[in-house]
Design a protein around this ligand. Structure first.
Ligand SMILES: *Cc1c(COP(=O)(O)O)cnc(C)c1O
Length: 402
């Protein structure tokens, strides 16, 4: 039998925390603070903290410094106040919908929302007595026609995935303003670099920070900000109660990523415009979708809303089908074929086998997503590398008969 541990073997200096070393100079990098809990001096001080008379953290689920630093940075980009960082983009969508809606309310969603947002609307919300319907956000009249007396919110994305259609944001905002309905916009694809949706009539802005804002595919986070302080409080309380807490380390990574956001965005966007035009000239490509190309179905709206900011997303369709699609990815082995977006490097996704695999082939065809359809999240590589790589990929696809 080994001896049972004697308390004398556990020095107090290991159990108790060592005070943080003093330094007359300050850290240049943002400190990472993973502490779950914060010690206060007295119960009176704790009262003062909870009553907002002094500022102090108490428990990380209720807020922590790395989330606050990150939120402040995105607030500044969005022109928002009091934005909240949560554990994922879907946590942000959930907090906005479930924090503000209740049984008996009706919410309208864009009919090409992010897959999990659609699922939340069509399956989960309904279990809580929140009625949902979908409408085409490129058509404000179609959205208006879906409104019921109990409609409380409309949730849209500015640019849809993967067909890159532009919502009629101004048209829908005019309707929500006139009818007293909340307009929530998931602005993940456009980012505040292209469009500050709160300046265009949105009441709530949502981001998957995971994507372009953090930018390195190593942190899963979301952001939600509401114009009205009462909505902010309702969203915050829901997020704290249901534990949508972001990890401090992820916040730290995302804040670090944000330092280079504008540089990454501008570079990726310039690459995207060049790559879109290049693809359009290649044999074996049926069509290219990029908002600033004159052949884009919403070109005028894109120019009106985004100006010269076409973003980093480009979609294209091969003339061939699945065999051509397989040949393309095989011919581009160094490019990440992965269903994400916003990474510093270019990634390629194939909706028919990933994001839209649950959609019936006929329904997919109807929105123009064939087996030869790809979506590119253009990154910051040298443009010549991208042009050569896609040239090889499309040539390999074009040589396959199917
Ligand atoms: C990725 C994404 C989400 C979900 O974000 P997560 O961080 O993966 O939870 C929501 N909306 C859009 C438009 C997205 O692209």
């Amino acid at each position: 039998m080994p001896d049972s541990p004697n308390s004398a073997d556990i020095p107090d200096s290991l159990v108790r925390r060592t005070p943080w070393p003093q330094s007359a100079s300050r850290a240049v990098g943002t400190p990472l603070q993973p502490s779950v809990v914060y010690a206060s001096d007295t119960p009176d001080q704790l009262d003062a903290q909870y009553e907002g008379r002094v500022k102090g953290y108490t428990y990380a689920r209720e807020g922590h410094p790395n989330a606050e630093v990150l939120a402040a940075k995105i607030d500044a980009l969005e022109g928002a106040t009091g934005g909240l960082i949560v554990g994922s983009g879907m946590a942000a969508v959930t907090a906005a919908l479930m924090g503000l809606l209740g049984a008996g309310d009706h919410v309208i969603g864009g009919d090409q929302l992010y897959g999990r947002s659609l699922r939340l609307m069509m399956q989960d919300l309904q279990r809580f007595g929140i009625a949902t319907s979908l409408a085409d956000p490129t058509d404000a009249a179609a959205v208006a026609a879906a409104i019921r007396p109990e409609t409380r919110m409309i949730l849209i994305e500015t640019v849809s995935n993967p067909t890159l259609r532009l919502a009629d944001l101004e048209g829908i905002a005019a309707i929500t303003r006139a009818r007293g309905i909340l307009l929530a916009v998931d602005a993940t694809f456009t980012t505040p670099r292209a469009l500050r949706v709160l300046d265009h009539g949105a009441d709530i802005v949502i981001h998957s920070v995971t994507k372009l804002l953090a930018g390195h595919s190593d942190a899963t986070l979301g952001y939600v900000a509401a114009r009205d302080p009462a909505h902010r409080k309702a969203i915050y309380d829901f997020a704290v109660t249901t534990g949508l807490t972001p990890s401090p380390f992820d916040c730290w990574l995302a804040e670090r990523g944000l330092h280079s956001f504008h540089l990454r965005y501008d570079r990726a966007e310039a690459n995207a415009a060049r790559l879109a035009d290049h693809l359009a000239g290649l044999t074996g490509v049926r069509r290219v979708l990029y908002p600033l190309r004159p052949d884009h179905p919403d070109h005028n709206r894109a120019v009106g809303l985004l100006g010269a900011r076409g973003g980093n997303m480009v979609s294209f369709e091969l003339t061939g089908g699945r065999a051509a699609a397989n040949a393309l990815t095989r011919a581009m082995p160094d490019l990440a074929f992965a269903p994400t977006l916003g990474d510093i490097g270019t990634t390629l996704s194939h909706p028919a086998s990933s994001s839209h695999r649950a959609v019936a082939p006929e329904a997919r065809q109807q929105i123009g997503i064939s087996e030869g359809f790809f979506r590119i999240s253009v990154g910051c590589e040298d443009i010549d590398l991208l042009l050569a790589e896609f040239g090889r990929g499309v040539a390999a696809a074009a040589s396959v008969a199917d």
